[in-house]
Design a protein around this ligand. Structure first.
Ligand code: AMP
Length: 419
C-alpha cells in the first residue's frame, strides 16, 4: 500500500494542541491593538498579481521567485498574497477610507504564501499578525506602532529581543544614493558574490544582506544611505528616535537595515530574537508613503509592520497551557433506548444552561467512559441508567443519585456557583 497523501512541502497543519497557543497570540494582538484604536480587517487570500508587482517591487525576491501566481478561468493573473500591506492599502483606496478620520488604523491576522526554501521558521504558507496606520506621516505614528509591536512581543514572552531601526529617506535621496552604491559595487565587482553582482543594477541595496564574506568586506566600506538623507527625512527620523527614547524602548540604529520590499521609505525597523536560529526576524515594517501612488491612488502616507506567528511561537516562553473546557461528561450505564434519550436530553439542557458538556460517542464500557471523562478533564460525570442518574463530582469525590436530569443538572449548576 502506498503512503497516504501528505500536505505540500513547506506547509503545516495547525493541530488541536497548537490551537490554544495561537489563540493566545491572537488575543494579545487584538487586546493591545484594539486598545490603541486599531480595528480588524481581513482581505481576500488572492489579489490581482499586479498589486504585488507594482508595490512590493519587480526586483524583489518575493516578486521574482516567490509568488504563487495562477491564471483563473477568466484569464486573469491572480496571486496568493505574499504579504498583507499592499492588499490593505488597496482596500483603503477601494473603500474611500481617506474620508474617515486619519490615520485609519487596521490590524490583521492572515496567512501569507511565499515559495521559499522551507526550513525551521520559514514556511511556504505562514501566518502574520500586522498593523497598518494609513493617512498620516506624523513621526508619532511610527513610534507608537513600533511600541505596540514591542508590547505584543513582550506580553507573549518572546525571548532575546533586539530592535534595529533605520531610515531609507525619501525617493529622491534614495535614487541619488543608489547611484553612489552602484558605483561602489562596480568598483569592487571582482570581490562580489555572483548573485550580488547580478543585482547591481536591479537591487543594489540587497548587497547588504549578503552572507558572502568577501561581499561583506566590500559592504563594510560602502557609503551609507543614512549619511545621504535629506534634512526633512533626518528630522523625521530624529523625532521617531526621540519618542522611542521617551518611552525607554531600547534600539540600535542599523544603517544597513534593508527590507525585502520596495515600498518602504523613511523609517524601517525589525525585531529579531536570539532565541531563533538562522531565521531570526520576528517582525518588522516601516513607512510606505509612496505605496498608494504605486497602485494608482493619491499620495497617502502609511506605516505598518508584520510579525510571523510561527516565529513568535518558536521564540516565546511561558505561553498559557490549554485550559480544560469540559465540565460535564454524560455517560450511559446501560444500552436501554430510554437511557440514550435521557442522556441526550440532559446534554442539550446542560449546554443551554451554559455548562460545557461532552457525551459518549464511541460505545465504550462504563469503565471506559469514566476513563475518558478523566482524559477530557471533566469535573462531573453523570452516569445515566434506566433507574436514574448518578452524578460524580471529581472535585469533592462525592457521588449523588438523582431521579431525573433536571435535578442532576441543578446540582451541577449549584456546584459551579450558578443556581
Ligand atoms: P516580511 O513581510 O518579509 O517583512 O516578514 C515579516 C515577518 O513575517 C518576518 O519577520 C517573519 O516573522 C515572518 N515571515 C516572513 N516570511 C516567512 C516565512 N516564509 N515563514 C514564516 N514566517 C515568515
Amino acid at each position: 500500500m502506498s503512503e497516504p497523501l501528505q500536505a505540500p512541502r513547506g506547509t503545516f497543519d495547525i493541530l488541536p494542541e497548537q490551537a490554544p497557543l495561537r489563540l493566545a497570540v491572537e488575543n494579545v494582538t487584538r487586546s493591545v491593538l484594539e486598545s490603541a484604536g486599531y480595528e480588524r480587517i481581513e482581505t481576500p487570500t488572492f489579489e490581482p498579481t499586479e498589486l504585488f508587482t507594482r508595490s512590493v517591487g519587480e526586483a524583489t525576491d518575493i516578486v521574482q521567485k516567490e509568488m504563487y501566481s495562477f491564471t483563473d478561468g477568466g484569464e486573469r493573473s491572480l496571486t496568493l498574497r505574499p504579504e498583507v500591506t499592499a492588499p490593505i492599502v488597496r482596500a483603503y483606496l477601494q473603500h474611500g477610507m481617506h474620508k474617515l478620520p486619519q490615520p485609519v488604523k487596521l490590524w490583521y491576522l492572515s496567512s501569507c504564501f511565499r515559495y521559499e526554501r522551507a526550513q525551521k521558521g520559514r514556511y511556504r504558507q505562514f501566518w502574520q499578525i500586522g498593523a497598518e496606520a494609513i493617512g498620516s506621516d506624523d513621526p508619532a505614528v511610527d513610534a507608537e506602532s513600533i511600541a505596540l509591536l514591542a508590547e505584543i512581543l513582550e506580553q507573549l514572552g518572546v525571548q532575546g529581543l533586539q530592535l534595529r531601526i533605520g531610515s531609507l529617506g525619501g525617493s529622491a535621496a534614495r535614487e541619488r544614493y543608489r547611484e553612489l552604491l552602484k558605483a561602489h559595487l562596480r568598483a569592487n565587482e571582482d570581490q562580489l558574490a555572483d548573485d550580488v553582482k547580478a543585482r547591481i543594477d536591479l537591487n543594489p541595496l540587497r548587497a547588504f544582506d549578503s552572507a558572502d564574506e568577501s561581499t561583506r568586506a566590500v559592504m563594510a566600506t560602502a557609503p551609507l544611505l543614512l549619511d545621504h538623507l535629506d534634512k526633512e527625512d533626518l528630522d523625521h527620523f530624529a523625532q521617531v528616535r526621540s519618542l522611542l527614547d521617551a518611552i525607554e524602548l531600547p534600539y540600535v540604529i542599523d544603517p544597513t537595515l534593508v527590507r525585502g520590499l520596495d515600498y518602504y521609505a523613511r523609517t524601517v525597523f525589525e525585531f529579531s530574537s536570539d532565541a531563533l536560529g538562522a531565521q531570526s526576524g520576528v517582525g518588522g515594517g516601516g513607512r510606505y508613503d509612496g505605496l498608494a501612488e504605486q497602485i494608482d491612488g493619491p499620495p497617502t502616507a502609511g506605516f505598518g509592520w508584520a510579525a510571523g506567528v510561527e516565529r513568535i511561537l518558536l521564540a516565546a516562553e511561558g505561553l498559557p497551557e490549554p485550559e480544560p473546557l469540559t465540565v460535564l461528561f454524560i455517560a450511559r450505564a446501560d444500552d436501554a433506548a430510554a437511557t440514550t434519550a435521557t442522556s441526550f436530553a440532559l446534554s442539550a439542557a446542560a449546554r443551554r444552561a451554559g455548562v460545557p458538556t461532552q457525551i459518549e460517542l464511541a460505545g465504550r464500557s462504563i469503565k471506559g467512559q469514566f476513563k475518558h471523562a478523566d482524559r477530557v478533564r471533566a469535573r462531573y460525570v453523570a452516569a445515566v441508567s434506566s433507574s436514574g442518574i448518578e452524578l460524580k463530582d471529581f472535585e469533592s469525590g462525592e457521588t449523588t443519585r438523582f431521579e431525573d436530569g433536571d435535578a442532576a443538572l441543578a446540582a451541577v449548576l449549584r456546584g459551579r456557583g450558578i443556581s
